[in-house]
Design a protein around this ligand. Structure first.
Ligand code: AMP
Length: 358
């Protein structure tokens, strides 16, 4: 499913994009969200666009296009995407068509949310967002059950975006009228425009969107699967193609059966791939844990060896010091004994001399 959502700021695109992404298992690519992320991460791009966004003006076409292109090219967008807030100008729409053309994945639908301008202003001014989990509410139309508390994560940080203040809202609505409204004609000319009534309960609007997607896009996807398996719809008959040549014409029932089988094969292939990915991830985790264990053991062993060497050194030093001290004591004692002995000898010889004279 490759779809863009068009509509005035506050028309509910973001809320519906989230629901669609969840139901159809495709990423929601929101240019506004990507730019806000750059601002909060204070990247170079974020610094460049921060004041423009806060004023409610549009950032340049190149910046907006580059911001979404990487996500469009990513693997997660292979099954499709819901583009929310992009394109917002004719040059952006042209760039999008060109880039999707390069990827061989053209846009399938542009869903336009029609809404009374008075409601649009109230919606934009009443918008609240959970600073923690990103859940959106509206002060006037869809407030949280408990005032000021997020129903999803319990956070008390329900905040108004800087560009949802009155003068910025005015600027955003002006930019919408001037630059984005012409896209309605652009997509109409491509026969891709579908309009959905943007007023009412969120779930009712979502139901209307699902009806459009399920009748307009899903059959197209079935057709793609049929072509992948070598079959192609031609009104009620189905042509079987092999090596570029028509080899058989099947009934519609046969084709539906083949498409069902192809779907099963594709889903089995997806599950197999997912299982392989899981096993590979487990292996990497296991290998890393083993490497960490070995590295830890090495460190412990090295530290123990160093401790042992240091201990040995201390013991050796102490023994040497003890030996030296002992030697000193012995030497001192011997010197003392010698001195005493000499004294006795001298005294004896003096006494002898005196007795001779006498
Ligand atoms: P949004 O969350 O879609 O309302 O976008 C918030 C702000 O981001 C806009 O007011 C613009 O300043 C900027 N922005 C988002 N998407 C685009 C775009 N496709 N082209 C230009 N500016 C954009």
């Amino acid at each position: 499913m490759r779809i863009v959502l068009l509509g005035a700021p506050g028309c509910g695109k973001g809320t519906q994009a989230k629901l669609m992404a969840e139901k159809y298992r495709v990423p929601q690519i929101s240019s506004g969200e990507l730019l806000r992320q750059a601002v909060s991460e204070k990247t170079d791009l974020g610094k460049r666009v921060e004041s423009i966004m806060a004023s409610g003006e549009l950032v340049s076409d190149d910046i907006a296009t580059d911001a979404v292109t990487e996500r469009l090219r990513s693997n997660e967008s292979k099954r499709g995407f819901v583009l929310d807030g992009f394109p917002r100008t004719i040059p952006q729409a042209q760039q999008l068509d060109t880039r999707l053309g390069w990827m061989n994945r053209p846009l399938q639908l542009a869903l336009y949310f029609s809404l009374d301008p008075a409601v649009v202003v109230k919606r934009a001014l009443g918008r609240l967002e959970c600073a923690k989990c990103g859940a959106s509410y509206n002060r006037y139309f869809s407030p949280p059950a408990k005032r000021g508390i997020c129903e999803h994560c319990g956070s008390k940080e329900l905040v108004q975006r800087p560009d949802d203040h009155q003068h910025a809202v005015r600027a955003r609505l002006d930019a919408y009228d001037r630059d984005t409204v012409p896209l309605i004609t652009y997509f109409k000319a491509q026969h891709k425009l579908r309009t959905v009534e943007g007023e009412g309960d969120i779930q009712d609007i979502f139901k209307r969107i699902c009806e459009i997607v399920d009748t307009e896009i899903r059959p197209l996807e079935t057709k793609v699967i049929a072509i992948e398996t070598g079959r192609e719809y031609r009104s009620d008959a189905v042509t079987l193609i092999s090596g570029g040549k028509v080899v058989r014409k099947d009934s519609r029932a046969d084709n539906d059966k083949a498409v069902g089988q192809a779907k099963q094969r594709l889903s089995a292939r997806d599950s197999k791939k997912a299982a392989e990915k899981k096993v590979a991830k487990k292996k990497v985790v296991k290998k890393k844990a083993a490497e960490k264990k070995v590295a830890k053991k090495k460190v412990v062993k090295k530290k123990a060896a160093e401790k042992k060497v240091a201990k040995k050194k201390v013991v050796k030093k102490k023994a040497a010091e003890k030996k030296v001290a002992k030697k000193k004591v012995v030497k001192k004692k011997a010197a003392k004994e010698k001195a005493v002995k000499t004294k006795v000898v001298v005294r004896k010889s003096a006494t002898k001399k005196r007795t001779h004279k006498g």
